[in-house]
Design a protein around this ligand. Structure first.
Ligand code: NI
Length: 142
């Protein structure tokens, strides 16, 4: 039987959603308040889950202290209190939407977590808006 263990983390960051190929009007229409040229912030909440078998020796699926350290070092340190558009290389040519931030977080975590473990990542941008990449449900990402 497999068990899923999870860790929650938070960070805050500023962004602006904008497509240079669109008119100012279209950008405003599509992105609304998130198109503000002076940027604005969000408090992001991240849930990282790892599904796998319990190790007989340790009793762990994954050492949650180790998972905490991976999240702190690779995600929180990288995004927290940053302007995503100006300071994060991936967003020089990519819109820092909830979906794209989630994808970058997933890619960074995937490199750090054993292939034998199934990873899922949920990111909340507001209390009500969130996105998920879940290897259990999405064969495209595996
Ligand atoms: Ni926004």
């Amino acid at each position: 039987m497999k068990v899923k263990v999870s860790r929650k983390a938070t960070f805050n960051a500023a962004h602006r959603l904008h497509n240079n190929n669109w008119s100012e009007e279209k950008n405003k229409l599509i992105f609304g308040k998130c198109n503000n040229p002076n940027f604005h912030g969000h408090n992001y909440t991240l849930f990282v889950s790892v599904l796998g078998f319990i190790c007989e020796e340790s009793g762990y699926v994954i050492d949650l202290n180790k998972l905490k350290k991976i999240i702190d070092d690779k995600i929180i340190e990288y995004f927290d209190h940053k302007n995503l558009n100006l300071e994060i290389p991936e967003f020089q040519s990519l819109n820092p939407t909830l979906e794209n931030i989630l994808k970058i977080i997933y890619d960074k975590l995937r490199k750090e977590i054993s292939k034998e473990l199934t990873l899922s990542v949920i990111l909340y941008e507001t209390e009500n808006n969130f996105a998920e990449i879940n290897e259990e449900k999405n064969s495209e990402v595996v």
